[in-house]
Design a protein around this ligand. Structure first.
Ligand code: COA
Length: 148
């Protein structure tokens, strides 16, 4: 059975393996360490299958607002609802914490991720021109919590 649990420092190695496979500009080890050890607003959860880390999500929660900064699923586990489970788990947690809205940025070329977010009630709010290192635009997507 797949479980979702808070990430620990020991999970960074496995998260990095996935991170490097799925992103052109992967987060570094220091970035994950900062999120887990220092950033008081960050939450990192992993999806685990038989002891193996197969995906993770990172978000920040500040009072009534949350922001997803990272979501990734191991290439061999994609399209098996792992990303969706991580996202819905996060949405329930932030709802319990009485967050009122959640936002994220996504590459305009990343149709898979956009479809996932649209399926779960996010809307495209605006375009951020040349948001990424390679000059690509981002969509800012957002969802109001507690209105469904
Ligand atoms: C985006 C990502 C997290 C999705 O996770 P996943 O576990 O593969 O996706 P799921 O199986 O949970 O898919 C849920 C829904 O998302 C959409 N979706 C996911 N992958 C898709 C794809 N390749 N093409 C089209 N739609 C897709 C579908 O609507 C799907 O619902 P369905 O299965 O009922 O059709 C994963 O593909 C990934 O890690 N990609 C690389 C990193 C990345 O882009 N992260 C997001 C940055 S904003």
């Amino acid at each position: 059975m797949m479980t979702i649990r808070p990430a620990s420092i020991e999970d960074v190695v496995s998260m990095l393996v996935i991170e490097k496979q799925v992103f052109p500009h992967p987060w570094t080890e220091d970035h994950f360490q900062y999120e887990l050890k220092e950033n008081p607003y960050s939450f990192v959860f992993v999806a685990q299958w038989q002891g193996q880390i197969i995906g993770y999500i990172d978000w920040w929660q500040t009072f009534q607002t949350a922001q997803i900064n990272n979501l990734a699923v191991h290439p061999q586990w994609q399209r098996r609802h792992v990303g969706e489970t991580l996202l819905t788990d996060t949405l329930s947690r932030i709802k319990l914490a009485q967050c009122q809205n959640i936002t994220l940025e996504v590459r305009v070329s990343n149709l898979a991720a956009q479809k996932l977010y649209l399926k779960h009630g996010f809307k495209i709010l605006l375009t951020k021109p040349a948001y990424y290192d390679n000059g690509e635009d981002a969509y800012l997507m957002g969802k109001t919590i507690g209105d469904e």
